[in-house]
Design a protein around this ligand. Structure first.
Ligand SMILES: Nc1ncnc2c1ncn2[C@@H]1O[C@H](COP(=O)(O)OP(=O)(O)O)[C@@H](O)[C@H]1O
Ligand SMILES: [Mg+2]
Length: 74
C-alpha cells in the first residue's frame, strides 16, 4: 500500500541533513526506509544486526563515520 509518509519523507530528505522516522513497532518504519532507497543510492545499516548494534553502542562516532553517505540507519 502506498504511504502518505513516503512523499513527505522524500521532501524532507531534500531539505534536511538528518531526518528521523519515529513510530510504534510494526507500523512500517523499516519498510518505508527500504522503499526510500530508490530516491538515490544510500547505505543501509540495520541495528537489528547484533554486530552492527554492538559497534554503534560501543563507538557511535566511528560507526557513523564508517558508513558511506548518505546513510539510512534502521
Ligand atoms: N504500507 C504498508 N502497507 C501494508 N503493510 C505494510 C506497509 N508497510 C509495512 N507493512 C507490513 O507491516 C509489517 C511491519 O512493517 P515493518 O516495516 O517491519 O515495521 P517497523 O519497522 O515499524 O517495526 C510488515 O509485515 C510489513 O510487511
Ligand atoms: Mg523495523
Amino acid at each position: 500500500m502506498p504511504r502518505l509518509a513516503a512523499s513527505r519523507l522524500k521532501e524532507l530528505l531534500n531539505e534536511l541533513r538528518i531526518v528521523v522516522v519515529n513510530g510504534p513497532r510494526q507500523c512500517g518504519k523499516t519498510t518505508l526506509l527500504q522503499s526510500c532507497r530508490r530516491f538515490g543510492d544510500a547505505t543501509f545499516a540495520t541495528l537489528d544486526d547484533p554486530s552492527q548494534l554492538a559497534i554503534a553502542r560501543d563507538d557511535p562516532r566511528t560507526f557513523a563515520r564508517q558508513q558511506p553517505q548518505p546513510v539510512i540507519i534502521d
